[in-house]
Design a binder for this molecule. Structure first.
Ligand SMILES: [Zn+2]
Length: 582
């Protein structure tokens, strides 16, 4: 099956969205040649003016890695009557679109579920050749109705919905109802209101009032009746899809433990992941998703190609069990890299405690895959994802590593998502997120906020001051909040709220949180003393943010409390989380 992802088009103004919408219209013209250009244009007006039409218009697209739209669907939601109406669903003709229609339909069912709507109504052409003069489409209509039947969705029977507006027309569509597996008995009263809303709003310029009255009056059964199962046995289990927006997608770097530097004092160790996992599993809110593979280009659009190649080659050349630590730094002449590999380490590194060894590349590389998987899952409709990775990434700049970080997992995810709109990064590790700052310093599309120990006493010492605000068009889109050596949970949360306020004002499409837990009491790399309850409170603040969030694990080295703090953080987050439709 071809690889594709499904995403909801948030607005019709972003250039990337405009390109996608044009592809949608192209598919629409192929499948529905009788739909006028005016009607097609109206879709944009509907999307942008829900008040006027009395429904919101949701456009979902399936696209491949090259941004080719493989299929789409347009779903109306009428809030006053609380139901969804599937206006269009279509896939691009061709072999590579297999599985796309089904995936899109599942996605809109999730949307309908998330809206807590009664269900989805849609029109389907009849599969009964007695009522169609033109028999050529019957086979296709049968397979379509059979498809919906798998979900329990069937035509409403016993009404005049199939009456043609223009006398003499035949082959009029059925009104099909999908109750989303909730076993809803729709009363005639409710059905009348819904049918009226569909005819008045969807067909506002087509159905005259006497026609609407006639159809509405024909609804007699109470509750209304759906056609008997025609294609599947009644007791066959009905397909149900996951309420993916409710659960948190968890992506774990399964290669992390090959990166184990067995030296006294090297605190960035495999046990960190295990302690977090052991505790957060108790919340029953995470769904483990396998990490997917991504090409190197996603890394090299953030990191310098020379650095990438150096890191890859040197790891490969090193014998098992040997680590090299950078020891010479190019203070004098940065333009001439040294040729010896171990000396070169200092050319690409900012400190003396981040070693390179044989497995570092592979571990860091698969960490990136996890972060990218998390980002892609947000595109597919997850509201929250958590890339539980090590080594961490936020100290890695475009051409240097350091602070236990080699590739900037979170920034790579940001760059990946940037095509879909503005992104905010919130770095709540104890240490300044110098990597994010450097990578997006001149961008106004990425708001970077870091709350951390003041660099006057905390690593990375040379960046993270409040006056580093971005440059060029990125000016004021980099915000550093350096805090004093000792701080209480109550004081901390004041600054956190300030940061969140800025993020909400920025209105990003997605938020990436660099989740460091080294702000905890007793962390060997920090000076603060947040406890489990403080982490819960911090989590509750983040839960109030209405945008989809990808959490990417950064620091946190006090192994005894690391897992508990992660758990209370997510407990707080889940307790206040709002999942907004747009
Ligand atoms: Zn840190």
């Amino acid at each position: 099956m071809a690889i594709f992802k499904i995403r909801k088009i948030s607005d019709t103004y972003l250039p990337s969205n405009i390109a996608s919408i044009n592809q949608v219209f192209k598919i629409l013209r192929i499948h529905f040649p009788t739909v006028s250009e005016g009607k097609i244009k109206e879709i944009l007006d509907q999307k942008n003016d829900p008040q006027k039409y009395k429904f919101s218009t949701n456009i979902f697209i399936a696209e491949d890695g090259k941004y080719n739209v493989k299929g789409f669907s347009i779903l109306f939601y009428m809030p006053d009557k609380n139901f969804c109406f599937l206006d269009y669903i279509a896939v691009k003709p061709g072999r590579t679109s297999s599985g796309v229609g089904g995936a899109i339909y599942e996605r809109i069912r999730e949307e309908a579920q998330m809206l807590k709507s009664i269900g989805i109504f849609m029109e389907c052409l009849p599969d009964d050749d007695k009522i169609c003069a033109d028999k050529s489409k019957i086979k296709q209509n049968k397979s379509r109705l059979a498809f919906y039947e798998r979900y329990g969705a069937r035509p409403i029977v016993g009404t005049k919905y199939e009456t043609s507006v223009t006398p003499g027309d035949d082959c009029e569509p059925y009104l099909v109802f999908d109750d989303l597996g909730n076993d809803i008995r729709l009363s005639s009263h409710q059905a009348k209101k819904i049918i009226r809303a569909i005819l008045e709003r969807k067909y506002h310029d087509y159905c005259p009032e006497h026609y609407i009255k006639e159809v509405v009056a024909s609804v007699k059964d109470d509750p209304i009746k759906l056609r008997e199962y025609k294609y599947y046995a009644k007791d066959r289990p009905i397909l149900k899809n996951y309420a993916i927006r409710e659960e948190i997608a968890l992506i774990i770097n399964d290669k992390h433990d090959i990166h184990h530097i067995k030296e006294v004092g090297y605190i960035e160790s495999p046990v960190r992941i295990r302690s977090i996992l052991k505790e957060i599993e108790k919340l029953n809110a995470f769904k483990i998703k396998p990490s997917r593979g991504y090409p190197d280009k996603y890394i090299t659009q953030v990191h310098n190609l020379k650095y990438f190649n150096y890191f890859k080659t040197v790891c490969d050349k090193l014998p098992e069990g040997k680590s090299i630590y950078p020891y010479v730094f190019p203070v004098r002449n940065v333009t001439r890299p040294p040729s010896d590999y171990s000396v070169l380490a200092g050319y690409y590194c900012i400190d003396t405690f981040t070693p390179i060894n044989k497995s570092a590349f592979l571990a860091a590389r698969s960490g990136v895959n996890c972060a990218l998987t998390g980002a892609e899952l947000l595109l597919e409709g997850y509201h929250t994802a958590y890339a539980l990775v090590r080594p961490p990434g936020h100290h890695a700049e475009s051409d240097v590593f350091g602070g236990f970080c080699y590739f900037n997992n979170a920034s790579i995810a940001v760059k990946f998502l940037l095509k879909y709109g503005k992104i905010a990064i919130l770095d709540i590790d104890y240490h300044h997120g110098n990597g994010h700052q450097q990578i997006f310093y001149d961008s106004k599309e990425v708001l970077t906020i870091s709350i951390h120990g003041n660099p006057s006493f905390a690593y990375p010492y040379f960046t993270g001051f409040a006056d580093e605000k971005g440059e060029g068009s990125g000016l004021n889109y980099n915000v550093n909040i350096p805090l004093k050596k000792s701080i209480s949970g109550v004081e901390y949360i004041r600054y956190l709220k300030k940061a969140i306020k800025k993020i909400i004002e920025f209105r990003p499409e997605y938020l990436i949180v660099s989740l460091g837990l080294d702000t905890a009491k007793g962390d060997p790399t920090g000076t603060w003393s947040l406890n489990a309850n403080d982490f819960r409170n911090n989590g509750s603040e983040l839960g109030k943010i209405p945008f989809p969030i990808l959490f990417v694990q950064e620091g946190g080295y006090k192994n005894r409390t690391l897992g508990i703090n992660a758990r209370t953080f997510f407990e707080g987050y889940l307790s206040t989380r709002v999942i907004k439709n747009n």
